[in-house]
Design a protein around this ligand. Structure first.
Ligand SMILES: *[C@@H]1O[C@H](CO)[C@@H](O)[C@H](O)[C@H]1NC(C)=O
Ligand SMILES: *[C@@H]1O[C@H](CO)[C@@H](O)[C@H](O)[C@H]1NC(C)=O
Ligand SMILES: *[C@@H]1O[C@H](CO)[C@@H](O)[C@H](O)[C@H]1NC(C)=O
Ligand SMILES: *[C@@H]1O[C@H](CO)[C@@H](O)[C@H](O)[C@H]1NC(C)=O
Ligand SMILES: *[C@@H]1O[C@H](CO)[C@@H](O)[C@H](O)[C@H]1NC(C)=O
Length: 303
């Protein structure tokens, strides 16, 4: 069971490492050699004889020294955030081991794995820069390269698979393929090894780099990345506004009509009341007149 043995070793090394960091014990001053600086074969994390807060000073008779620079705002392994080593200024970079800021490498020089930020930008960096490179530079196959290859030119493909363990020991792997074609208009075709145009939304794809949106969806078609803000079309805005205005107008008209109807009804009631009163008065006066006539008649009769 070679693979489960390796997994066990990995878990053990992670636990020992964590214990070392959280017990406050560091390898500061310990004897070391830069010959043991390496990348983990599965996760590609930088490893050395020293811990995450120190670096090894030399190949022979070396000791672990406090790191002189950091790459991240909150670097891994540090517990005292008031005494972090500094970030490197522009034009310099902090190597994986943290041995101090170094000037950027020129194109063709060796760089540390996937550290695009170690490579100096090309003169036309503003045209080549994209979110898939650092200011137009790339570290492909550990060599500084420009992302300047145009349509139909041969390209370099660099695929790296990162494997790590989840909290319950389950393995996660992620393969990232990078190339030196101009992004995001072009990508490096895996079989032809030349730069070809990226695919638009809805086209079928096999990996993220094939899509102009840099996101190959679960159905194997290019889709917008999840963080894309929703685009609202002009006709949708117009339709929504029209609907709102129509609804408001209809409400106002309905209310006016209902109000008018109610007023008319009330007016009719009042008119009916008055008419009734008038007819009552009329019949009363008729009754009066009849009674008076009768009285006069009878009076005349007796007289
Ligand atoms: C390493 O240390 C040994 C013993 O102190 C010494 O003899 C040797 O010269 C040192 N080597 C280097 C390269 O400093
Ligand atoms: C953190 O570093 C600062 C500055 O070097 C120091 O004054 C402080 O005592 C350290 N705190 C701890 C908990 O080590
Ligand atoms: C870094 O770049 C910024 C903006 O380009 C500039 O203002 C600043 O002076 C640079 N710093 C150094 C140390 O070169
Ligand atoms: C890109 O490189 C240019 C030229 O060296 C530099 O002025 C600019 O600040 C860099 N931009 C970034 C985002 O590093
Ligand atoms: C890309 O940059 C390299 C290094 O400067 C240069 O040799 C090559 O001609 C450039 N290729 C194109 C297509 O501009």
């Amino acid at each position: 069971m070679p693979s489960s043995g390796r997994v066990f070793l990995l878990v053990a090394s992670v636990i020992i490492h964590t214990l070392l960091v959280y017990s406050g014990e560091t390898s500061l001053g310990a004897v070391c050699s830069t010959d043991n600086d390496r990348l983990d074969s599965a996760s590609h994390k930088f490893l050395s004889d020293c811990d995450d807060t120190t670096f090894c000073s030399a190949s022979v008779n070396g000791t672990c020294q406090p790191r002189l620079c950091r790459r991240d705002e909150f670097p891994f392994g540090f517990t005292n955030f008031t005494s972090l080593p500094p970030l490197c200024q522009n034009g310099t970079f902090c190597p994986d081991e943290g041995s101090g800021c170094k000037p950027l490498w020129t194109v063709g020089s060796a760089c540390q794995m996937d550290r695009d930020d170690q490579c100096a930008p090309p003169p036309n960096w503003a045209d080549l820069a994209s979110n898939q490179n650092f200011n137009g530079s790339l570290c492909l196959k550990s060599t500084c390269t420009f992302a300047n290859m145009s349509l139909g030119q041969p390209c370099i493909l660099d695929g790296v698979t990162y494997i790590d363990l989840g909290p319950n020991g389950e393995q996660f792997s992620n393969t990232v393929t990078r190339h030196n074609c101009q992004t995001s208009q072009l990508y490096c075709d895996t079989s032809l090894q030349v730069c070809v145009p990226t695919k638009s939304l809805g086209a079928s794809c096999g990996s993220d780099q094939e899509c102009r949106s840099f996101n190959c969806g679960p159905g194997g078609v290019c889709v917008d990345p999840p963080e894309t803000p929703r685009r609202v079309e002009a006709w949708q805005v117009a339709l929504t506004s029209l609907s709102i205005i129509t609804a408001m107008a209809v409400t106002v008209v309905m209310l006016t009509l209902v109000h008018k109807r109610l007023r008319l009804q009330r007016y009719r009631e009042i008119r009916e009341y008055y008419e009734e009163q008038i007819s009552l008065r009329k019949s009363l006066s008729v009754l009066h007149a009849a009674a008076a006539d009768r009285y006069l008649d009878e009076k005349r009769h007796f007289d």
